[in-house]
Ligand binder design. Structure first.
Ligand SMILES: Nc1nc2c(ncn2[C@@H]2O[C@H](COP(=O)(O)OP(=O)(O)OP(=O)(O)O)[C@@H](O)[C@H]2O)c(=O)[nH]1
Ligand SMILES: [Mg+2]
Length: 272
């Protein structure tokens, strides 16, 4: 289980990623994705992934949807179950971490023609039936990154510490970036593919806030839609100790904010 610190550099990641891309290209020669690709990073999620995939509609808001599962070194049948449910699958042969798995998914989606990328988790905490709700502002051209917000909607999570953290980090990021957001770690997000290419991303496990803060500083339009967060339907959490999680998340928020505001200031000086 990889619950390691924010930017742990695993020496094998580069080779494992390259091998996964190579194998994916061999499995799907000439692949051209639908305009929307739902990307799911999954690590030992054989119990939940099928249920997630079966409820992703093949079309929403007038655009067709494909699914892409990044199997992050699972030791169970995550890849097989995903294929049985119609997903494209790229497999990292060793566990690399949620952020690395998602970025591989973004890259494959972009390289094979996706216009929009939606993220979900493999444990069905985020409801595939709500994909159209976050997709709608994108397709309407009203936003570049849409967050599904459990604060605007509802959470079935009974972990009060984690739930309080959602409010605290929303407050902090809103204050730092002067952009009102209510849910910064949501797993249900929709974005223009371009956002995933232009925003700097390095985090291995706390990547949602990094992408969000970077997108805000690059001037992308952020929107939120109410959604429901359910309880994990199978398997175990991969996130580890809550206090450590909160501490590391805060660290990532502050460092990313500092990095991105400096980068934005430099860019605006250059353009005069
Ligand atoms: N944390 C973690 N998640 C991974 C990793 N690789 C892929 N994932 C997937 O990332 C998604 C989120 O992980 P979860 O363990 O559900 O994290 P979470 O939703 O914040 O935690 P819970 O509320 O306890 O479920 C799941 O689909 C995981 O299978 C990894 O190395 N670490
Ligand atoms: Mg989860």
């Amino acid at each position: 289980m990889s619950t390691g610190s924010a930017k742990v550099r695993k020496p094998y990641v580069h080779a494992v990623r390259a091998a996964a891309i190579h194998a994916f290209d061999e499995s799907y020669p000439g692949l051209r994705f639908a305009p929307v690709v739902v990307v799911i990073a999954a690590y030992d999620e054989e119990g939940g992934i099928g249920s997630v995939l079966q409820d992703v509609a093949p079309e929403a808001c007038g655009v067709t949807i494909d699914t892409l599962v990044i199997d992050d070194g699972s030791r169970d049948r995550t890849s097989e179950v995903s294929r049985e449910h119609g997903a494209h699958v790229a497999r990292l042969e060793r566990n690399c971490g949620h952020g690395i798995a998602l970025r591989l998914g973004y890259e494959l989606a972009r390289d094979h023609g996706a216009q929009y990328i939606v993220t979900l988790d493999g444990d069905r905490q985020w409801d595939p039936l709500e994909v159209p709700s976050v997709l709608e502002p994108l397709v309407a051209g009203e936003a570049d990154l849409v967050l599904g917000s459990r604060v605007l909607g509802h959470s079935e999570n009974d972990n009060r510490f984690r739930h309080a953290g959602v409010y605290v980090f929303a407050w902090l990021i809103s204050l730092l970036t002067r952009t009102r957001v209510t849910d910064t770690s949501t797993g249900l997000r929709a974005m223009r593919s371009e956002v995933t290419a232009t925003v700097r991303q390095e985090q291995v496990q706390y990547q949602t806030s990094e992408l969000l803060i970077g997108a805000i500083y690059q001037g992308y339009r952020i929107a939120e839609r109410p959604i429901v967060q359910h309880k994990r339907i199978a398997g175990e959490t991969k996130k580890g100790n809550d206090l450590l999680y909160a501490f590391r998340y805060a660290n990532v928020v502050l460092r990313t904010w500092d990095r991105e505001r400096r980068a934005a200031a430099t860019a605006s000086r250059r353009t005069g």
